[in-house]
Design a protein around this ligand. Sequence first.
Ligand code: CTP
Length: 213
Amino acid sequence: MRILITAGPTREAIDPVRYISNRSSGRMGYALAQQAHARGHEVLLVSGPVPIASPEGCRKVAVESADEMFGAVAQNIHSVDAVVMSAAVADYAPVHTAERKIKKSDGDLVIELGRTRDILAAVRDEFDFKGLLVGFAAETENLRENALEKMKRKGCDLVVANDVSRRDIGFDSEYNEVIILGADGSEEVVSRQLKKVVAGAILDAMQYCAEKK
Ligand code: CTP
């Protein structure tokens, strides 16, 4: 399969030196890219800024903001068979980015934030992509229910649900524990494992899904 994987956080610029971002390390997406390549898939990694070396054998497009990530996905989606959205895309970005560094003043600073576009939701609605679609759901409560709702709303074949309130897995960790939910009602719990093992389980689920599609 040719697989497009989004990974890492996005950075939304406030001014030339400041930005809004999140705690995503990019490790889950990079582990997926590495494992997918090892299994013989062709990988395109669309990555936000992370301090990890590019996985060998994968083509990488580096982006910063949610808007740039949207553009990179739009440009490449019709040359792949499967899309995995593991990036932690910012939901809000400053409405205005100052051209010069904002100088401090005595009062408070109010930054107006506007919604970014939802890249995963656009895959079916805007890009009309018919291939295999895997979303992630980062939740701090009602993991299963929220993930199932996201899967339906965004037209995913599979959704990988993880509990980001736990410090021992997920964001900023080498480990993850996930539930892989399928649009066909399937459910697989992958208990706390190295992210490369979790990546293998996700790829197995994708393979199974692709064969049935
Ligand atoms: N996602 C995306 N573009 C966005 C926001 C999210 O592509 N602007 C994708 C993520 O890559 C992930 C999925 O949507 O695959 C779910 O992301 P998540 O942050 O869990 O949920 P949201 O849809 O942002 O909803 P909420 O923040 O309300 O939980």
